[in-house]
Write a protein that binds this ligand. Structure first.
Ligand code: XIL
Length: 547
């Protein structure tokens, strides 16, 4: 047998001279391939999942690091004041020890999954409880963990500090206090700040950058930044992810992908699964390209156990194996990226032509431009249109876009950048200026109300459009712009809903297109949000701003 194997091996080497890559290691586990790059692939595990006998063997073989999905959160470790419970956390730590894996502690200070006794404390007592909690929990695990997510999700989408009970009662100093208490309790564990929607460049990521710099300037012991990377195929790949990781690394910090998943609207399709696979590949390549990126942790392995369906109604299939533990294209893509089948694409596309504006109305404009090209190997993925201030006004996969939800009587100066499949962004084109028309403002009124679902993340909105003019409206399109990161979950009801960037339009169905004077139509949708679910402030009907 040995001789035969050697002969086959020799043949492979010979073939390898002309073929591209030797397939010898093709079936190796993810973490083995990552380890060859000095990095790890990790997984978030919830205790109850371990009862499924199919799962622990996969956890043991594919991963080099574990994160407890819930077991180390405040509601698990200190459900009542001064009463600590480490049973579930210890179970994950013991499993990791048996498997030879490192553990990332998650998480000490967060606005979610924190018991009400904490939230009800006075400011002075809250500060004492914060330090006491960290001292005990970090102390219990001293020497056993690789890293702690000390502070989780402290930022708003615009990069300012989240107005949580922590900020309200303790001011921004709660973040520094938490890191200092953690360092005092374990001098060696890596201390991270962790957040979502900071994976690419943008306002939130800039806010994280400023926050980390100010912590460093104040001598706060921070070692790393965690990028959750909860992605969705329908929202696009984060802009310039590799460059974004690199700028944090350049501050002298470790960076880590801490909670990777890529959800999609169900049902799945082969196109969505392919996009998902590309995202898993490109996140992996971004980490591989940044020396201080220590590893990629996914928020679960099998779609059987994922937080997504419970949190984002209608979405799912976010992980690399399906509910029957069968590997999906995402697994293969990640595996092949780690095994060296592909090299990172770091070449941005060329600069697209200066856009030409036409068909300006009070709230919309049509822009078109000449195409960019991409030679980096991940192909041109689309274009992003931004205002002079950098706000993204629209995205397009073609060389034109209709911007909607603009403010009447306003001058805009916009430019366009091309994006490739790895998230590299071209330089901005020349800019074009146009001024939106004055909107008529008297003939409609819009009432908007949103109700958040318990648990966060989802909401239901009802919108009532009233015709306050003297003439009937025959056919209508409602327009508004979300102020934060809300998304309409189509289809919605009683209108055809669509969303482009922040801009939302709803067009009448055949049965409710006519609105008599003083009459109303009521429409609605389910949506998702993160951070604060602020209602839109300006509504238009057929381009005119409503009073
Ligand atoms: C999720 C868990 O996976 C769920 O089981 C739980 O019900 C809610 O929290 N960002 C985080 C994680 O930092 O702690 C969250 O985990 C997912 C989003």
């Amino acid at each position: 047998m040995r001789v035969v194997a050697a002969a086959v091996c020799g043949l492979l080497v010979a073939v390898g001279m002309v073929a591209v890559a030797a397939p010898a290691q093709a079936s190796g586990p993810l973490n083995d391939h990552a380890a060859a790059h000095g990095k790890f692939i990790g997984n978030a595990v919830d205790n109850y999942e371990l009862a499924d006998s199919a799962y622990p063997p996969v956890i043991a073989s594919e991963f080099g690091q574990l994160t407890p999905a819930n077991a180390m959160k405040w509601d698990a470790t200190e459900p009542n004041r001064g009463q600590f419970n480490y049973a579930r956390g210890d179970e994950i730590v013991n499993l990791a020890r048996q498997n030879g894996q490192t553990v990332r502690g998650h998480t000490l200070v967060w606005h979610n999954q924190t018991p009400s006794w904490v939230q009800n404390l006075s400011a002075a007592e809250l500060r004492t409880a914060l330090v006491n909690h960290i001292t005990n929990v970090v102390g219990h695990y001293e020497g056993q963990l690789y890293a702690w997510d000390v502070v989780n999700e402290a930022l708003n989408e615009d990069g300012t500090l989240r107005n949580s009970f922590w900020l309200q009662k303790l001011g921004e100093g709660y973040i520094a206090d938490a890191f200092r208490a953690a360092r005092a309790a374990d001098p060696d564990v890596k201390l991270y700040i962790n957040d979502y929607n900071t994976d690419g460049t943008g306002a939130k990521s800039d806010g994280m950058y400023r926050l980390v710099q100010s912590l460093q300037a104040a001598g706060v012991p921070i070692d790393g930044v965690g990028f959750q990377s909860h992605l969705a195929v329908q929202y696009g790949f984060p802009t310039n992810m590799r460059q974004n990781l690199q700028r944090f690394a350049d501050l002298g910090l470790d960076v880590a992908i801490t909670e990777l998943d890529v959800r999609m609207q169900l049902p799945t399709s082969s196109a969505k699964l392919t996009t998902q696979a590309n995202y898993f590949r490109d996140v992996t390549l971004a980490c591989l390209a940044v020396a201080r990126c220590v590893g990629v942790t996914m928020w679960g392995y099998t779609d059987k156990y994922s937080w997504v369906p419970d949190t984002f109604p209608g979405e799912g299939a976010a992980l690399v194996a399906d509910a029957n533990f069968q590997r999906k294209p995402a697994y293969t893509a990640m595996h092949d990226a780690l095994a060296g089948g592909s090299t990172p694409d770091t070449t941005p596309p060329t600069t697209p032509g200066t856009p030409v504006a036409s068909g300006v109305t009070a709230t919309t404009v049509v822009l078109s431009w000449s195409a960019a090209t991409d030679s980096g190997g991940s192909g041109l993925a689309g274009y992003t249109v931004s205002s002079a201030s950098g706000a993204v006004l629209g995205q397009s996969s073609t060389t034109s876009v209709t911007l909607t939800g603009l403010t009447p009587s306003t001058q805009y100066s916009v430019s366009v950048r091309a994006r490739d499949g790895a998230g590299n962004l071209s330089t901005a084109s020349g800019s074009v200026s146009f001024t939106t028309l004055a909107g008529s403002s008297s003939s409609c009124r819009v009432a908007y109300s949103a109700e958040n679902w318990g648990g966060g993340g989802g909401f239901t909105a009802g919108v009532t459009i009233t015709n306050t003019g003297a003439a009937a409206v025959n056919g209508w399109t409602l327009g508004f712009s979300f102020p934060s990161s809300q998304r309409v979950t189509t289809p919605g009801w009683s209108a055809t809903w669509s969303q482009n960037g922040a801009a939302v339009t709803a067009t009448n169905l055949s049965w409710n297109g006519t609105i008599a004077p003083n009459a109303s139509v009521s429409i609605g949708f389910n949506g998702t949000y993160s951070g604060t679910n602020t209602a839109p402030s300006v509504f238009t009907v057929n381009g005119g701003t409503c009073g």
